[in-house]
Ligand binder design. Structure first.
Ligand SMILES: Nc1nc2c(ncn2[C@@H]2O[C@H](COP(=O)(O)OP(=O)(O)OP(=O)(O)O)[C@@H](O)[C@H]2O)c(=O)[nH]1
Ligand SMILES: [Mg+2]
Length: 228
């Protein structure tokens, strides 16, 4: 449960996001009214992402040479000082202006996790295959774990630091996001959503392999059921 936002740590994994990262961190820095720290966890990008992050005077840069989206988020969270953590991609696809709404919701609902759901996006910016894949995964997750979430694959979340410290997350790639929801559910942590939007990636390529990730996500969901 989260009663008050004292300090919010925004954790952003990046791998070659030179075209996107400055706008993402600048928007967060300018819009966020809560006390905050912005932590960029970079996987040794070769396109100058690190120089861009260093050129701002408001980001903490951590280099995480081990590969993996989940690995990078875990490292960032281990270094976070805030009582609330925001995780969000550095590719400019999420509506980071909604961070304030998410924090308000976390406190109002006394929740442990708030997801920014992209399923209500009026522009339907998410690609067809991502949309359908997400729907199928979310349907299975809700059915298996008795939840009513609409976007389990959203990588934009506000999370109680205490809650995340109480679960052991081992998935190093995209399944990290699903594993988090499963382990929160098992602890009976409160998970809610806000309606958010989505934008198409302006620069660079997706780093996550969709097919491999989908297999890992289903394996994680089954493991969660088998290992009570
Ligand atoms: N540090 C680190 N960051 C990573 C790694 N893999 C992906 N990322 C970052 O994690 C975030 C999510 O990866 P994306 O490539 O956007 O994956 P996606 O959201 O499935 O792809 P899009 O649909 O193109 O947005 C981005 O900010 C990436 O730069 C990694 O191995 N290490
Ligand atoms: Mg992305």
């Amino acid at each position: 449960m989260t009663r008050k936002v004292e300090l919010v740590s925004i954790v952003i994994p990046t791998l070659n996001e030179a075209g996107n990262i400055l706008e993402a961190v600048t928007t967060i820095h300018e819009e966020l009214t809560y006390p905050n720290e912005i932590i960029v966890v970079d996987g040794n990008s070769t396109d100058g992402t690190q120089d861009i992050v260093k050129s701002t005077n408001f980001c903490r840069l951590i280099t995480e040479p081990r590969r993996g989206y989940g690995r990078a988020l875990k490292t960032g969270m281990e270094n976070a000082k805030g009582n609330v953590i925001i995780m969000v991609d550095g590719d400019g696809t999420y509506e980071v202006k909604h961070i304030g709404l998410m924090l308000d919701k976390l406190v109002q609902e006394n929740a442990d996790l708030v997801l920014a759901s992209r399923m209500y996006d009026p522009n339907k910016a998410m690609g067809f295959f991502n949309f359908v894949g997400n729907k199928v995964i979310t349907f299975c997750f809700d059915f298996l774990y008795s939840q009513y979430l609409s976007d389990t694959q959203s990588g934009f979340r506000a999370i109680s630091h205490e809650a995340i410290d109480n679960v052991r997350l081992v998935e190093s790639d995209m399944a990290f996001a699903t594993e988090m929801l499963i382990k929160f559910k098992k602890k009976n942590y409160k998970m809610v959503e806000i309606k958010s939007t989505y934008k198409i990636r302006k620069y660079g390529k997706p780093k996550l392999q969709k097919f491999k990730s989908t297999i890992e996500i289903f394996t994680t969901m089954i493991k969660g059921i088998v290992n009570k």
